[in-house]
Write a protein that binds this ligand. Structure first.
Ligand SMILES: Nc1ncnc2c1ncn2[C@@H]1O[C@H](COP(=O)(O)OP(=O)(O)O)[C@@H](O)[C@H]1O
Ligand SMILES: [Mg+2]
Length: 405
C-alpha cells in the first residue's frame, strides 16, 4: 500500500485530505508541523509527500531541500494558495514533483498522486533491477575459502558509510567490488562517481575532484565547474589507483575528508559534502608509506575497512564457475554455440597462474569463443601461455610421482 505523508497545519483541509485518500485506497500519516514531518522521514515511512509551504514552525522548503538531498526518489507534491506563482516556481526548481493550488480539487489531487505513484514504482523497479544486475549477472559468487572473508566484508561494509580501501593485483575484481559496495548501499538511488587517478595529470585531477571557479587558472575558462566531489555529494565516490596521487593533492584530499568540506580551485567558499569514499590500489601502499610516497594519515582515513582481493591462482576452485558464467554471458553476445569446457582444457585453466587474474580469464574465454566451432572449448582454443603452463604443470606432477616411486 502507498503511504502519503500529509504536511498541513490547518485541521480542516488535513482531515479532508485524509478522508479522500483513504477512500482511494491510500494510507496516510498526518503531520501538523515540520518537526513531526521530519520524524516521519527519519523513519522512512512515507512513499509520497503532500507538503504545505507555510507551517507554524518554519517553511516547507526546508523539508523539500532535505528530501532532495537524502531521498531524491521520494515525490513531493506541494500545495499552495491560489495565485502564489513564485512559490510554485521555487518549489518546482527545488525538486518538487508537482504542485496543487488550494482549495484542492479532488480529481487533480488523485491524478497527481497516481503519477507520483508511478514514479515510485519506476524507482523501485530500477533499484531492484540494479540489485539483480549487480548480484546475478556480473558478480559470480564463489565457493572458495579465500573469498569468504571478501564476501563477508562486502556485505558488512556496503550498508555503512565507512571508507573502503580495495587492494589486490590487477584484474582481481576491485572495480567490480567498488560497484557492488555502492549498489548495495542506501545511496544506490544516486549514481556513483568514478575517477581513475592514474588516467589524468595531477593538475587536472585537482580541478576534476574539487571543481574550479571561473577563470581560476589559465585554461580554466569563463565558467565555474563543479568538481566530482560535489557531484558525488550524497552518493559514493570511487577513486581508482589512488596510490598515483601526488603529495599536495593527498594533503588536500585528507583535509576534505576530515572536515567534510571542499573548496573549489580559485574559490574561497567552503562547500559541505557528504561522500562515501571507496578507493583501490594494486600497489603495496604500506611500502609506499615507509618510502615516504604516500601519507600515512591519509591511508588511515581511506582504510577504515580494507578488502584484500585474492589473486585468481589462490582461488582456482572458482575457475569453473567463473568460466561457465563468462561462457554464458559472452556466447549470448557473440551468438556462439559454446556451452562448456572440455576436461583437459579445464585442467589447463586451473593449472595456469593467471598474472592478469579474472580479467585474463575473461579474455581467454572471449578468444576461445571466437575460435571454437563446436559446443565445447578445447585446449587448442586457449592462448599459448595457458597451454604452456598446463604442460609444464603436468611434467612437474609426473616428475614428482616418478620421484616418489
Ligand atoms: N567475481 C566476479 N564475477 C564475475 N566477473 C568478475 C568477478 N571478479 C572480476 N570480474 C571481472 O573481471 C574483470 C576485471 O575486474 P576488475 O574489477 O576490473 O578488476 P580490477 O579493478 O581489480 O583490475 C572485469 O571484467 C570484471 O567484470
Ligand atoms: Mg579496476
Amino acid at each position: 500500500m502507498t503511504t502519503v505523508l500529509i504536511v498541513e497545519d490547518e485541521p480542516t483541509p488535513r482531515k479532508f485530505l485524509t478522508k479522500i485518500l483513504s477512500k482511494k485506497g491510500y494510507e496516510s500519516i498526518e503531520a501538523e508541523n515540520l518537526a513531526i514531518a521530519h520524524k516521519v522521514l527519519d523513519q522512512d515511512a512515507a512513499d509520497i509527500v503532500l507538503l504545505d509551504i507555510k507551517l507554524p514552525d518554519g517553511n516547507g522548503f526546508t523539508l523539500l531541500d532535505r528530501i532532495a538531498q537524502e531521498r531524491p526518489s521520494l515525490p513531493v507534491i506541494v500545495t499552495t494558495g491560489y495565485g502564489d506563482i513564485d512559490t510554485v516556481v521555487d518549489a518546482m526548481q527545488n525538486g518538487a514533483f508537482d504542485f496543487i493550488t488550494k482549495p484542492i480539487d479532488t480529481e487533480r489531487l488523485i491524478r497527481s498522486l497516481e503519477n507520483a505513484g508511478d514514479q515510485v514504482k519506476l524507482y523501485r523497479e530500477l533499484a531492484q533491477l540494479r540489485k539483480e544486475r549487480w548480484s546475478d549477472q556480473y558478480w559470480v559468487q564463489s565457493s572458495s575459502k579465500s573469498m569468504d572473508q571478501v564476501n563477508d566484508l562486502i556485505s558488512r561494509a556496503a550498508p555503512t558509510p565507512a571508507s573502503v580501501l580495495l587492494t589486490g593485483e590487477t584484474g582481481t575484481g576491485k572495480s567490480l567490488v567498488a560497484g557492488l559496495l555502492h549498489g548495495q548501499s542506501p545511496r544506490s538511488d544516486k549514481a556513483s562517481v568514478t575517477i581513475n587517478c592514474a588516467a589524468i595529470s595531477d593538475h587536472m585531477l585537482e580541478s576534476e575532484l574539487f571543481g574550479h571557479e571561473a577563470n581560476a587558472f589559465t585554461g580554466a575558462g569563463p565558467k565555474r565547474k563543479l568538481g566530482l566531489m560535489e557531484v558525488a555529494d550524497g552518493s559514493s565516490l570511487f577513486l581508482d589507483e589512488i596510490s598515483t596521487m601526488k603529495a599536495d593533492l593527498q594533503a588536500k584530499l585528507l583535509r576534505a575528508l576530515e572536515e567534510r568540506v571542499i573548496r573549489r580551485v580559485g574559490g574561497t567558499k567552503e562547500i559541505a559534502v557528504d561522500i562515501r569514499l571507496i578507493t583501490a590500489t594494486n600497489k603495496d601502499i604500506k611500502k609506499m608509506i615507509s618510502d615516504g610516497e604516500f601519507r600515512e594519515d591519509l591511508y588511515y582515513r581511506l582504510n577504515v575497512v580494507e578488502i584484500v582481493m585474492p589473486p585468481l591462482r589462490e582461488r582456482t576452485e572458482d575457475i569453473p564457475a567463473l568460466a561457465g558464467s563468462f561462457i554464458k554471458s559472452l556466447s549470448m553476445d557473440f551468438g556462439s554455440q559454446v556451452t562448456g569446457v572440455r576436461p583437459r582444457a579445464m585442467e589447463a585453466l586451473t593449472a595456469h597462474n593467471w598474472p592478469g587474474n579474472i580479467r585474463e580469464l575473461k579474455n581467454a574465454i572471449e578468444r576461445a569463443l571466437l575460435l571454437c566451432d563446436s559446443n565445447q572449448i578445447d585446449i587448442g582454443h586457449l592462448p599459448e601461455e595457458i597451454k604452456k603452463s598446463a604442460s609444464s604443470n603436468k611434467s612437474k606432477k609426473s616428475s614428482k610421482s616418478k620421484r616418489k616411486k
